[in-house]
Every structure is written in C-alpha cells, then in structure tokens.
Design a protein around this ligand. Sequence first.
Ligand code: HEM
Length: 547
Amino acid sequence: MNALPAAGVSDFQTVGIAVNEPLLNIATTVAGLAPVLAIASVAFLILALVNRIRAYRRLAHIPGPRLAGFSRLWMVRANISGRNHEYLAEVTAKYGSLARIGPNHLLTSDEDLIRRINAPRSLYRRSGWYSTFRFKPRADSLISEVNEEKHDELRRKMAPGYSGKEVPYLENYVDKHIGKWVEVIRQRYVSTGRELKPMDLGRAAQYFTLDVISDLAFNRPFGDLEADADKFDYIKVTADAMGVMMLLTIFPGVHRWIEASYLVDLVAPSAKDKTGLGRVVGVAQQEIAPRYNDLDQKDSQDMLGSFIRHGLTQEEAESNSVLQMSVELHLLPEAPADSTIHSMAGSDTSATVIRALFLYLITSPLVLAKLRSEIDDAIRDGRISSPIRDSEARQLPYLQACIREALRIHPPVTGILEKVVPPEGDTVNGVFIPGGTFIGQCTWAFGRNVDIYGSDVELFRPERWLEAQGEELRRMERNVDLVFSSGRFQCLGKPVALLELNKVFVELLRRFDISVINPYKPLVSDNRGLFLQKDFWVRITEREDRL
Ligand code: HEM
C-alpha cells in the first residue's frame, strides 16, 4: 500500500499559493487602489453635499417644514401616513399659500396661481409626477401624457364622448345602475325590527360607479352590483397597489427605471387570463376590436362611438378609451393604458363623494331633514320623475347646495397634480420661482379658504351656498369647481360625475332610512392622493313615511 506523503507546512503553502494567486493579485491591486477609492468617495460625498446645499439655497426664500429643503422624506412621510391631504393642508395653513415641501418641490393653495398654471396658453408643463400613471409600461395615456401637443390632441378626440352631447343616453346608463342598486338593497339589505342586514355603503357606492363607468366605456358593465362582489378584484388590487403607485409619484426617476428595466413585464398578468385583472383587459379588448372592424357600428351613440368618430385609432382606443378599469392594469403588457386613471378618475372619485355626502347627511339630522323635505315636496308637486332626471335635480337648490358642500369639504382628488415652472421662471405674489421648480396644488386647502367661506370652513353647512349672493356666490362656485381642476387639464368626466351625484341621493333617500352602525368609527379612510375607503357599515330600512 502506497503511503501518502506527509504534508509539511511548505506543501500546503505551495498548494495554497498556486490556487489563490489570481485572488491575491486582485487583493493587492485593490489594496493599492484603496487610497484612490477613499479620495473618490470623499470627493463624491462633498460634491453631493455641495449639490444639496446649492439646491437648498435655490428655494431657501420659500418657507416650509425644516428638513423638506434637503430631502423628499417629508413628502414620503406625508404620503405613507394615510393622511396625505391633511399634512399638505397643514403646511399651507402654517407656511402660507406657497410653501416648500421638497428640495425642488413647492406646494400652493393659491387658486389664482393654479388657474394660471392650467390655462390654455400657459408655459407650465406637467411634471414626471404624472408619468407614474402610465398604466401600460412605456405607453402614455391621457393622464400620464406630459407632452403638451399629444395631450391636447387626445383631449380633442375624447372630450365630446364625455360631454354627454354626443352620448344622448348618458343619463340612461346612470339610471339603469341606480335602479339596480335600489333592487339589490331591497333584495339583500333592508333591515327590519331586530333583524340587522348591514350594508357596506363604501363598497356598494363603488360597485355602482364601476358598473356605470364600465357600461359607458364599452357597453358592458362589470356587474359588481348584481354580483354584490368585486368581480374582477378591482377594489382589492387598487387597495394593494395605490400606496406604491402614489409613492412613486415622488420619485418619478425610480418609476422610469422600473419601466425601463422591463422587470414589470415579468409580473404582468395577461389579457388571456381567465380571472383577475387580465380577464378585465381581455373583456375590454374583445369589446373594442369589433367596433373597428364593423363599419356599421362606427355611428354608435355611445362613448366609444364618439371617440371613433373623432379619429381615435384602435390602438389609441385600447390605450385611452377603456376608461374604467383597474388601477393595476398598467402592469399589463396588453392592457389599455388609460384604464387605471379612468377607473380611479371615474369610479374612486365619484364613489368617494357619494360616501362623504352620505356620511355628512346621516350624521347631520337637520341637513338630512331639510333635504328630505325638499325631495318630498318635489315628489308631491310632481316636479320629479322616478328616477329623477338630471334637469329636475338641478332645480332642487338644497340638493345642489349639499353636493357643492360635499365637494368643497371632501374633494376626492387630493394628489398634488404637479407641474413644472417654465425655464425662464415665474414670479408669484412678488416671489421669484426659478425655472424647473415643481409646483403641486393643495386641493384640500382650496375649499378651506376662510376669506371665501368664513371661519366655519370645517363645518358641513350647505346653507352657505343658499345664503351667498352675486359676486360672493360666483367666487365660491369658481373655487369649488377647482376640485375638477381647470383649463387644459379639467376633468373630462365632470358631466358624468354630476349626473351620478344628482341622482343617487334622491333615489336612495326617497325610499330608505339610512343610519350609521358605528358612530365612533363610521368608516375606514386612507388618503394617498386619492381616498381608499372601506367598512362604511350602515343599517337600511324602508321609509315608513314614503310618499
Ligand atoms: C367627483 C368626481 C370627480 C372629480 C372630483 C374628478 C377630478 C379630476 C381631477 C382633479 C383631474 C386631474 C386634472 C389634472 O391633471 O390636473 C381629473 C382628470 C380626469 N378625470 Fe376626473 N374627476 C371626477 C370624476 C370623473 C369621472 C366620473 C370620469 C369618467 C367618466 C373622469 C374622467 C377623467 C379624465 C379622463 C381625466 C383626465 C383629463 C386629462 O388629463 O386631460 N373623472 N379628474
């Protein structure tokens, strides 16, 4: 048997040196470079610091939270708090109508400035904040489009479809789904005596707005009201993703990187999916394609028909006209790019106002009694149909006052809708703002302007809209209208939203008594620029005094 040679110390050393020689060479080189690397790091840090200080000094003349001038952490904190709207409003209340909230970021509650920024020939442009609402990777939609000309062109093609002028049956769509909501309440949610059948008014309001909007978009409602369920997981997915999405608005560069890395494509569901969001997209595509192939359908008197007549291509239609889908559809490679904003713009927004006004009504007995008696008088006098027509609702002053008051005190879109100051800079109330600065708006503060509304701004008091006259009233109306933004960016869905609001309260309150189940915590509300609300549990009974 061959004896193994004894391994001496020198043998191990020889073997070790032979195996690790390249490593050792690298280590030696790195060790040699260490001083250079250290100097480079220090230089980098100094450069970064100098840049920070320079950036800080650029806007140092504008007040704001202490550390906001150095980093975006203040914005992040406000965002993740779930009370973003209140953080922003507190800043403008404390530091004035122009405040600094980030190194290159200002916030304003000055409504004249916002109107000037949004005006048709203004040189202000949308910032990268909007690009986060690109609902299909690398494809722009009406809401994410920062290129002025392209945005104008899309608006030109789509605005008539939203206006109601070219969609004469717009009102019928809303009526159909109000009727369905009443039916569902009667079937499942009317409590009697000791039998409690709680309804989540938060959910139901969104089933209603989603059904209206999906029906409007391509004549095929989701059917959430009927199913009494979030059929396509829209609400669930929205809730899951809203936080991330709104956080990314603060870091558009990170969003661009995620998109450019194509990582997002790996996790994207497909339109071929049988369930979930992919299924929703599949339905949308199925509905749009035949409309372009069948010439007879091009004259259809619905929203898509209007878009087609105004020159929206099939691709644009898929990207922009399927307005009412889910927040996460931007993750889908084949998804209609504009689906999210339209869902968020079109269903979350209206649903938020419906919830807010119901909450204020059922917790303000005097207001509710007045509104009820206005509705009942109108029914008695034969002034309103069933369901109420939009034109009839406009003749009910107290109803209109309630809707305006809800929009004032609880605007549903509180995201900062950030714009960029033109290169030459701008001067606002004597304060110079350098070109390239970002300016966001504080919508929550607009309706809380004591100069306009008086010291009781925090009070839900519809009477203020009936007391004001002449110029004072016009000023209030202009102010509350800003909830829908203005000028080049004004909400296209405003007529649809007002149709819904004009009908829903009358139709439910003429039939039912509604009371909140937990007055200590009537609903759960989380704000990140839009509201995510749930668990608005109510008890509904048939009105005994119904006419
Ligand atoms: C009370 C309900 C609503 C409010 C308060 C509201 C408010 C807004 C706001 C503030 C914007 C952003 C404008 C900007 O970029 O500066 C917007 C955009 C938009 N909204 Fe609404 N919205 C509501 C309901 C709706 C509905 C029901 C629809 C669809 C049927 C809709 C469709 C749109 C569209 C398409 C845009 C994009 C406009 C553009 O980029 O040019 N909205 N909305």
